[in-house]
Design a protein around this ligand. Structure first.
Ligand SMILES: *[C@@H]1O[C@H](CO)[C@@H](O)[C@H](O)[C@H]1NC(C)=O
Length: 227
């Protein structure tokens, strides 16, 4: 009995050490997707289609952002690990389709991806190297199928006004998890569906319920503009 206890205690200590050693410098990720129609008709920024052409009328990736449970987040964690397109060369065509840049002037996306990697990706490099970071975001994009979930609930990008609660319900039904919705305003000042936040565990593999939501507020009825 005594020796069994000893073994058990040893195991517990070992487990504790393992937990300590692999503990991350962040708690979870926000996976953020944006509606291009709301980027382009907003009162804040003009938009420019990528040099490769107008993106599909679908949600595009904004980023995969390491975050802390208290709501704050690390950024620019490793100046010695710049974005290197040749490390993700096999993913570039998928990134062009699913992670397009709408910023002006028109670009091929590289400066957007570089910004996301340098500001956010370097803060999860202990878990995801560049190839896995971009690969993980792309597979989360495929897994979450936001537009499909919304359309199945009769919520279409047709310039109509929809209940925020119904939008959240539709995404929860489709993904299994409660999203956070960020709104912006169109040029007439209407609140509209801009970005959808879902949370992912610190391994990047599983969606989870968000430990904390960002700040900000939409109206209870929001527009879903065309693109
Ligand atoms: C970019 O990645 C490639 C392939 O991994 C590597 O050979 C090259 O040295 C890297 N370039 C820089 C500037 O780090």
């Amino acid at each position: 009995m005594k020796s069994k206890c000893f073994v058990l205690i040893n195991l517990l200590v070992l487990q504790y050490l393992v937990v300590l050693c692999v503990s991350q410098d962040f708690d979870f990720f926000y996976f953020v997707q944006q509606w291009p129609g709301s980027y382009c008709d907003s009162d804040k920024n003009s938009c420019c289609y990528p040099t490769t052409g107008k993106p599909a009328a679908d949600f595009g990736i904004h980023g995969l952002w390491p975050n802390y449970k208290d709501g704050s987040y690390p950024q620019n964690c490793d100046p010695n690990n710049p974005f290197n397109e040749s490390e993700v060369s096999d993913l570039i065509s998928s990134m062009r389709r699913n992670w397009p840049s709408l910023a002006c002037p028109s670009s091929n996306g590289e400066s957007f991806w570089s910004h996301e990697w340098v500001k956010h990706g370097t803060c999860s490099e202990s878990v995801l190297d560049q190839h896995s970071y971009f690969g993980t975001a792309l597979s989360l994009r495929q897994q979450t199928k936001l537009l499909q979930s919304l359309k199945s609930a009769g919520i279409n990008p047709d310039g109509g006004s929809y209940s925020l609660a119904n939008i959240k319900d539709a995404i929860k039904r489709g993904t299994g998890y409660t999203p956070w919705i960020e709104c912006n305003q169109d040029s007439s000042g209407n609140s509209q569906l801009y970005q959808v936040y879902l949370c992912v565990d610190s391994s990047g593999s599983n969606l989870i319920e968000c430990p904390v939501f960002p700040n900000g507020k939409c109206g209870s009825q929001i527009e879903f503009p065309t693109f």
